[in-house]
Every structure is written in C-alpha cells, then in structure tokens.
Design a protein around this ligand. Structure first.
Ligand SMILES: [Zn+2]
Length: 59
C-alpha cells in the first residue's frame, strides 16, 4: 500500500506530506490501481480558497 499526496501549488502554508495530520485537514481517498491494489490519495486543501488539484490544469 502506498500513499500519494495531492498538494496545492504555492499555497500560503507548508503542508505535511507524510501522514494525515496536516493542518489543512486533508481528505483521504482510496484509488484503485491498474493491478487491483488500493492506493490512498491524501488530498490537501488550499487555504486561499482554491480547490485545484495538481495535473488538472494541463489542458
Ligand atoms: Zn495540507
């Protein structure tokens, strides 16, 4: 099992990218991998109001 963190870019605060005790109150989300394993994604909340995830502004 592995955990991935989705962090807001250039946020006002420093996020903890280990564990789920970050000050922003991140949300844990299970994501099924291609091989059937469950990976946990920890989605951090930006404190400046954005709810933009990394990788979604490419197109
Ligand atoms: Zn955070």
């Amino acid at each position: 099992m592995s955990t991935m963190h989705v962090l807001p870019i250039n946020d006002l605060i420093e996020h903890e990218d280990a564990g789920t005790s970050c000050v922003c109150g991140p949300t844990e989300r299970p994501v099924k991998a291609d091989d059937g394993a469950i990976n946990w994604v920890v989605v951090h909340n930006s404190l400046d109001g954005r709810e933009k995830e990394e990788g979604q502004d490419a197109h």
